[in-house]
Design a protein around this ligand. Sequence first.
Ligand SMILES: Nc1ncnc2c1ncn2[C@@H]1O[C@H](COP(=O)(O)OP(=O)(O)OP(=O)(O)O)[C@@H](O)[C@H]1O
Ligand SMILES: [Mg+2]
Length: 345
Amino acid sequence: MPHIVAEHARRATNTSPIMELRGVKQHYAIARPLPFAPKKIVRALDGVDLRVKPGSTLGIIGESGCGKSTLARILSGLEAPSEGEVLFEGVDINSLRGAEKRHMRQNIQLIFQDPYAALDPRMSIEQILSEPFEIHPGLVPESGRRRKVQELMELVGLNPDHLGRYPHNFSGGQQQRIGIARGIALNPKVLICDEAVSALDVSVRAQVVNLLQDLQQELGLSFVFIAHDLQIVRHISDEVATMYLGRIVEHGTFAQVYDHSEHPYTQALLSAAPELRQGNGTKRELIMLQGDPPSPLDPPPGCRFHTRCPIAQARCAQAEPTLDGVGEGHNARCFFPGPIPVRSA
Ligand SMILES: Nc1ncnc2c1ncn2[C@@H]1O[C@H](COP(=O)(O)OP(=O)(O)OP(=O)(O)O)[C@@H](O)[C@H]1O
Ligand SMILES: [Mg+2]
């Protein structure tokens, strides 16, 4: 364990982005219902630029279907984008082969939402936690694996004496701890958590989030943290990006995005979370959005949010705003950034 800690502490001193997305698009072709029907394309990601800083947490927020899980799969190398670059330590991960690709896979780990579904019920916890070392045999010699697996159990707050047990012997929170132990087994640099705590009870959720934060401190991990629970994203994130219909519409520190949102969509999203409305002594007005987000099969022209935006002007339907600076390290994709004027009743 001390060895792992020292190695990660060295990494945390590096300040260039550990991961970067440049112009990333992910378009999925949908099967045609009839041979002569027009080809349909889902624009799940449609031009995403993003940087993940080493040792810090980037939270991603946005409604269902905006592309968060697609982003997670692209970042983790599970899918290659249809366009753009996915850089890990400055190198496009989709250009890697052989040993370099294995090195990348070892360093970027994805943790899923449902801990039980992610664990093979026929394997003991020892087998589950040893598996990464079998897939990457050069990292820990066979003779040292048992000790390593015991260390991992201790790191995530589980009893190493329980290694012989099976996933169903553990509670949901403990199963997710096992999932996290497996995720950090190979000393990754980046952990992508896609709704990793969403399936857990609220009290257990807080414990697992605390565990993640402790591991980050200890191991210098970088997180990309995706969750519907906006309070948790605020709690865990250094920076936050808001997504809408396959695009990033706002990005800044958690305080900029949560307390000084400049994009009307971020303001509406946060205003709909009752636990945030009263937060920090400030009272948010509920901003009601009309209808559901448009389909990524047929995104609207101009600003993608204009069809639901409470402050949209004629210009917003014609041209698309770029993600521009609205403050130091704070960007918003809007022609009219700033707090939405409160309408008196
Ligand atoms: N393999 C695929 N083939 C076709 N369409 C897809 C595929 N994967 C995702 N999509 C579509 O891409 C869009 C973005 O999906 P994604 O799962 O990334 O959203 P999300 O933000 O994670 O949503 P949620 O909050 O519900 O998890 C959706 O319209 C979805 O239907
Ligand atoms: Mg998702």
